[in-house]
Design a protein around this ligand. Structure first.
Ligand SMILES: [Zn+2]
Length: 149
């Protein structure tokens, strides 16, 4: 049985799960209540049944059948794909961290918005306060030349 690696999108806690391929869950619940998504792993190049690695197979990354690993490289290059080995060492972790930060911010925004609604503020006012111009400028989402308050 393969060991699958997950990481919580809210708190970043890693988790490992030993289960059959067919029962691998898309998401796993974390102790914090968040969802842990599967971590991106690189498929290992394993020798084919007859010894070589250059055998025809279905390539999940490319989503098509290929004749050999040379074929994989050729198709990937044609599509402008960059091998993970050429990316910055922390590319996957950095992308994950950015995703986690965005998810946390989204959660905080949702709580603020719902809190305002619960206090009797109109939906329009709640949205205007939650996503105010100054806040969006502080986050670098909105140009500082924009005036709104
Ligand atoms: Zn968590």
């Amino acid at each position: 049985m393969p060991l699958y690696s997950y990481r919580c999108v809210l708190c970043g806690t890693p988790q490992e799960l030993l289960c059959a391929v067919e029962s691998k869950p898309g998401l796993v619940e974390c102790c914090c209540g968040g969802d842990a998504s599967p971590r991106v792993t690189r498929l290992a190049r394993t020798p084919g049944r007859w010894g070589g690695v250059d055998t025809a197979h279905y390539n999940r990354g490319l989503g098509c059948h290929v004749d050999s690993y040379r074929d994989v490289d050729r198709i990937a290059e044609k599509r402008g794909l960059v091998p993970l080995s050429d990316m910055d060492a922390h590319f996957v972790d950095d992308a994950h961290d950015a995703y986690v930060a965005e998810a946390k911010q989204g959660e905080a925004d949702t709580q603020e918005y719902q809190g305002l609604i619960a206090s009797g503020v109109t939906a329009g006012e709640a949205a205007a306060r939650t996503f105010s111009v100054s806040k969006m400028q502080d986050r670098g989402i909105l140009d500082t030349a924009v005036k709104g308050e």
